[in-house]
Design a protein around this ligand. Structure first.
Ligand code: F0G
Length: 456
């Protein structure tokens, strides 16, 4: 067999993407106040802002959409999806929501109280925000290896069990449950090992605490386990997922990731202890328990997508995609979070723009340069996103200056990635021409979405 890993699908429906000139992109970026969030998507060639809800559905999913039962209560589509989710997760209770953060809001509102503390490897930003909104302290306890971008380690998403135990000992009465995020998005899309999950679950059990997983990218995590962890090489992805879920008491999922759909999410719970209060908040904020903010057709598409997301050929290609771009960046002398994660490549902007001062926001500037050079849209994970403008006019900066290129599922082919690698390498060659930026307007919270800039 040839070694090249091909896209394990053929294309049945296409959507044109628009070529623009550098001059046009310069004008468009200035109109967008040097903030790629403000660009029109149709002016972007390779849109790698997020892997969330942006993927291509299969012909089987589109066909399933026609089977959607749009009944308000007790729809057939609910029961079809429930059976699929019960099979993969082994959990009795399935509660649909319209996306991941809605699942967070419903569960946390039902279960947490002010003054609580929730440990996790790394909370995703909406998870943290939803906890903090409820007065809960969100504590990140990823292993030290997970915080070193250039260090190669197989499971950089693992939680630090020693620090978890200390936290459980010190704050037992404040902890409603322990969490883990698979894969660890905030930490570079890095996987968590089965051994780590098993040990963490035993620790939580010892302290009588439930274990809740954030499973947006559980299938990608399972594929990493199959490829990297002893004892899993001959197991199917579904078997690995079933074992993973067997350690949890509940889970939340943004189905816009490994669910292979454009919208959707859910909560699953093993016992009925929290069920009534969860359903109460669900009805108040999302909808009736058998649709939870989704249309019947969305439930159908998800029932098919969850199964397609477990396909090994697909997952192998999926993880290889990020690895392939990583290899090209490595050859061009560009640093990134290593090894590459499941859904994205996180470029270390300091390796492209080593001389740019932090107050000109190197990762933001690199993000702009990628758009100018190749029409590529990524997202800054640096000092615009995580730094703060203080009352006295000074700024705090983030420890890392990263640009995340997150890949929609089943959408781009190898030549798109070759093109991107060439464009990124070109930016590095012309790094002395990349201009820094200054903020001219910003909001108090989540400023990166709406901030405006001028050239430094
Ligand atoms: N948890 C994780 C780990 C996530 O990555 C996301 C979303 C959510 C929860 C929230 O889900 O968007 O459906 O409400 N991540 C997207 C991203 C937005 O770009 O990484 P949601």
């Amino acid at each position: 067999m040839p070694k090249t890993m091909i896209e394990p699908f053929r294309i049945k429906s296409v959507e044109p993407i628009k070529m623009t000139t550098r001059e046009q992109r310069g004008k468009l970026l200035e109109e967008a106040k040097l903030n790629v969030f403000k660009l029109r998507a149709e002016d972007v060639l390779l849109d790698w802002l997020t892997d969330s809800g942006t993927g291509a559905m299969s012909s089987a999913q589109w066909a399933a959409i026609m089977l959607g039962d749009e009944s308000y209560a007790g729809a057939r589509s609910f029961f079809r999806l429930e059976a699929v989710i019960q099979d993969i997760t082994g959990m009795a209770h399935f509660i649909p929501t319209h996306q991941g953060r809605a699942a967070e809001k419903v569960l946390f509102t039902a279960v947490c109280k002010k003054g609580d503390l929730v440990p996790n490897n790394c909370h995703f930003d909406t998870t943290r925000a939803n906890l903090e909104f409820n007065g809960v302290e969100a504590v990140d306890l990823v292993i030290p290896e997970g915080l070193q971008p250039s260090l190669v380690y197989p499971f950089k998403g693992n939680i630090d069990l020693g620090r978890v135990e200390d936290t459980l000992k010190q704050h037992a009465d404040r902890i409603p449950f322990g969490m883990i995020t698979v894969t660890n998005n905030t930490g570079g899309g890095q996987p968590v090992s089965m051994a780590n999950i098993r040990a963490y679950s035993q620790l939580l059990k010892k302290f009588g605490k439930p274990f809740i997983m954030d499973v947006c990218r559980f299938a990608e995590n399972a594929m990493f386990i199959k490829m990297r962890e002893d004892g899993y090489q001959n197991k199917t992805i579904k078997e690995i997922c079933q074992e993973l879920f067997s350690y949890a008491d509940g889970a939340m999922m943004s189905a816009k990731k490994d669910g292979m759909v454009n919208i959707g999410g859910f909560i699953v719970l093993r016992s009925d202890k929290w069920l009534d209060s969860v359903r109460e908040i669900l009805i108040l904020t999302e909808g009736f328990p058998t649709y939870g903010g989704l249309a019947g057709r969305d439930l159908e598409a998800l029932a098919v997508g969850l199964v397609e997301g477990l396909d090994e050929d697909y997952l192998r290609y999926r993880l290889r995609t990020a690895e392939y771009l990583g290899e090209k960046l490595e050859a061009a002398g560009i640093g990134f979070v290593k090894p590459t994660g499941g859904h994205a490549v996180y470029i270390d902007a300091k390796t492209v723009l080593p001389d740019m001062p932090l107050d000109q926001y190197p990762a933001w500037s690199l993000c702009n340069a990628l758009y100018l050079e190749g029409g590529i849209r990524g997202v800054e994970i640096g000092s615009v996103m995580f730094g703060k403008h203080l009352e006295d006019g000074t700024e705090t900066y983030h420890s890392m200056e990263l640009v995340r290129l997150a890949f929609p599922r089943r959408m781009y082919t190898q030549s798109h990635f070759d093109f991107a690698a060439e464009a990124i390498a070109e930016v590095k060659i012309k790094a002395h021409l990349v201009r820094g930026v200054r903020i001219t307007k910003q909001s108090r919270y989540l400023r990166h979405f709406t901030a405006e800039f001028r050239w430094a």
